[in-house]
Design a protein around this ligand. Structure first.
Ligand code: ZN
Length: 300
């Protein structure tokens, strides 16, 4: 429903008051310098190209995926990004703590320690964690292993000055990627771990469907856990569980509504666009970036 349909024209002052809270009003459009892109979103560009193209477009930041760092010095890439005027938002990604064997869990810890060092060298304040799940073991057992894994990393996180960001994933990934599927579960885990080196990554793609989302966003923000905010869209016809996310506006997520909730909860960080899409990846990344800029201001 639009305000114009609801309100008589002479009620202009009242309309203005309502406008501040109405996600459909252009006043609530975000500025481009609040936007951050994940390198995976434009994955055919190498990280150097991504840095220069993002900066050229006026973006505020960059989140770097570890594969983009292969064969490179994270410190040099971090310096390059900062010199271009981009904030290093996060390093993606660590986690995957659940495993059937002790050796598997140890391998995950070792890999997360390397990721923490990379994030520190890069100058990224946050390491995003995909919590993990192991097919063949109950989800609650995986949740216990996730909690243990994160707890084991806390000393290194503190030593590196890098926060660990728990990202709850949509339940369609519960079998093999994440036994943490709601914001409530991630918040509860933060409460149990009770460390300023742990926070939560709120990704609209994973969480938009949850009736508890507004209340849990408020709880997350109030408790100081809200570490990052990821954007994309949920397509009505999703053809692939991993690589068929929508550009903002192509799907059904109430993006601006959630963004305003996150900000009302005290989140002042960048808005990160993270889109895995074979469809968009097949296009020219420059055109995709242009489409992202437009969609971000129109829908987020
Ligand atoms: Zn995400």
């Amino acid at each position: 429903m639009h305000l114009s349909e609801k309100m008589p024209a002479q009620d202009a002052s009242e309309s203005l008051n309502h406008a501040r809270a109405d996600p459909s009003m252009p006043d609530n459009r975000p500025e481009i310098n609040r936007l951050c892109l994940h390198t995976i979103t434009t994955r055919s560009w190498d990280v150097e190209t991504a840095v220069s193209r993002y900066a050229q477009a006026g973006l505020g930041g960059i989140t770097i995926w570890r594969e983009a760092l292969e064969g490179r010095s994270p410190a040099k890439i971090g310096q390059l990004a900062r010199q271009a005027g981009l904030q290093l938002t996060s390093l993606c990604r660590g986690g995957f703590f659940a495993a059937l064997t002790q050796a598997g869990r140890q391998a995950a810890l070792d890999d997360n320690r390397r990721a923490l060092e990379q994030a520190a060298e890069l100058g990224a304040p946050l390491l995003v964690l995909v919590p993990g799940a192991a097919p063949g073991q109950p989800l609650d057992k995986s949740r216990g292993q996730i909690a243990e894994g994160i707890a084991a990393l806390l000393p290194e996180a503190q030593a590196c000055g890098v926060r660990l960001g728990i990202e709850p994933l949509h339940p369609m990934y519960a079998a093999d990627r994440s036994a943490i599927n709601t914001l409530r579960q991630a918040n509860d885990l933060c409460a149990a771990l009770d460390s300023s080196w742990v926070g939560v990554v709120v990704d609209v793609y994973h969480l938009w469907w949850d009736a508890e989302l507004p209340a849990e966003i408020a709880r997350c923000g109030k408790s100081g856990w809200l570490a990052a905010f990821h954007l994309s869209d949920w397509l009505l016809e999703t053809h692939d569980l991993l690589n068929d996310r929508g550009l903002m506006g192509e799907g059904c997520i109430p993006l601006r509504e959630i963004r305003l909730q996150v900000e009302a909860a005290g989140f002042g960080g960048l808005h990160e666009v993270e889109i895995f899409s074979e469809r968009w990846w097949a296009q020219d990344p420059g055109k995709f970036l242009q489409a992202i800029l437009e969609a971000y201001q129109r829908h987020c």
